[in-house]
Design a protein around this ligand. Structure first.
Ligand SMILES: *Cc1c(COP(=O)(O)O)cnc(C)c1O
Length: 363
């Protein structure tokens, strides 16, 4: 790849796009430098304007709603399902107004949101569905691959994701016009890919058709992505094994609740989110995390719901219990270590630490 002399967007990116599209079964894949860029481009292609509303679950990462603010549009936050942590379609229906233009379901931890009711609402109200699939590679929903279902699907190849290129992202869509718009806007609104201009097939000529962005992926990242894509199934299998061992170890413990597995989705376990049964414990979630830290077990919380952050509280006047399911869930969750390079000994060590802490602090 270095030998090919292409460092920025070039043949490796095209190959990565082609193989990624093939892998998920989508008509088009456009590589970009982050999932945030991917969602921004999808909203742009969908024609989002200032004062439009886009429905977003409050239980997500910052990026899912900030991209809506880029347009001076309003992210209409909604609550989630308590079992799957995914967007609640009943709440989506209640949030639809004449200003609503799009819905961004997030496939939390990699498990698919229940898309059928959302697609039905989208069809009824003429809304664009952009799936935030930053965790959902690979995921199937009712035997169909995520990446082929909504109008757009966006992926992240950020360092911590299941396919990691350091920084990177992908948009998939089956609509050719949208794909073209995303591609053009990903590189300055220029109507021809820069790399084509410098090859014998192309010329020096180009046209700026819109004030676009600088969101292209590099060939270096795409080369890493190609290697990762080839390992994706093996890495997924390993995470399944780890999740099964965690489920077995924690499934019967009265202070712990293991992840719910929705019958309509596969679960790639990008995250393994353990819930504490706080009534059965004398310590809270934060203390539990501190105890795990004392065992040298690094964990995280995915996520602090958006409506509990200062920006959204100041801007929209939210109170913590405006979205009670997300708010209550937030106080119970711990994301345990899960990655394909984890050894069985690592997994046993985490299990022993969690069970020891839960046993020691039971009521
Ligand atoms: C990581 C993540 C993103 C952002 O991905 P980037 O590639 O870092 O922009 C968006 N949504 C969710 C749910 C994520 O976990």
């Amino acid at each position: 790849m270095i030998a090919s002399k292409w460092l920025t967007t070039g043949p490796k990116v095209r190959e990565f796009e082609r193989l990624f599209a093939e892998y998920v079964g989508a008509q088009h894949a456009i590589a970009v430098n982050s999932a945030t860029a991917a969602m921004h481009l999808a909203l742009e292609a969908a024609g989002i304007q200032a004062d439009d509303e886009v429905i977003v679950p409050t239980f997500t990462f910052a990026a899912t709603a900030e991209v809506v603010r880029y347009f001076d549009a309003t992210p209409r936050l909604v609550d989630i399902d308590p079992d799957t942590f995914n967007i609640d379609s009943t709440e989506v229906e209640r949030a639809i107004t004449p200003q609503t233009k799009a819905i961004i379901p997030v496939h939390v931890a990699g498990q698919a949101a229940d898309l059928d009711p959302i697609l039905r609402l989208a069809q009824e109200h003429n809304l664009t569905v952009i799936e935030d699939a930053a965790h959902a590679l690979p995921t199937t929903y009712k035997e169909r691959m995520i990446g082929t279902i909504g109008d757009f699907t966006t992926y992240s190849f950020y360092a911590t994701k299941t396919l990691a290129t350091g920084e990177g992202g992908m948009i998939t869509t089956n609509d050719e016009e949208w794909a073209t718009r995303c591609r053009i806007m990903s590189l300055h609104g220029i109507s021809k890919d820069a790399w084509k201009r410098y090859t014998s097939e192309g010329s020096w000529y180009y046209e700026i058709t819109a004030p676009g962005f600088k969101y292209n992926l590099t060939d270096i990242a795409a080369a890493i992505g190609l290697v990762q894509l080839a390992k994706l199934e093996a890495m997924n299998e390993r995470r399944q094994e780890i999740a099964r061992r965690y489920d077995e170890a924690f499934g019967t413990h009265p202070a712990l609740t293991i992840p719910y597995r929705a019958p309509y989705s596969s679960h790639p376990f990008h995250l393994y989110v353990l819930r504490l049964n706080l009534d059965a414990l004398r310590i809270d979630r934060n203390a539990f995390i501190e105890h795990l830290r004392a065992f040298n077990v690094g964990t995280s919380v995915h996520w602090i719901p958006l409506h509990m952050h200062p920006y959204y509280q100041d801007k929209y006047g939210f109170k913590p219990d405006d979205f009670p399911v997300a708010h209550q869930l937030y106080h119970r969750i711990i994301s345990l270590p899960i990655y394909s390079a984890m050894t069985d000994q690592d997994v046993d060590y985490v299990i022993d630490a969690v069970v020891h802490i839960a046993d020691t602090h039971r009521v």
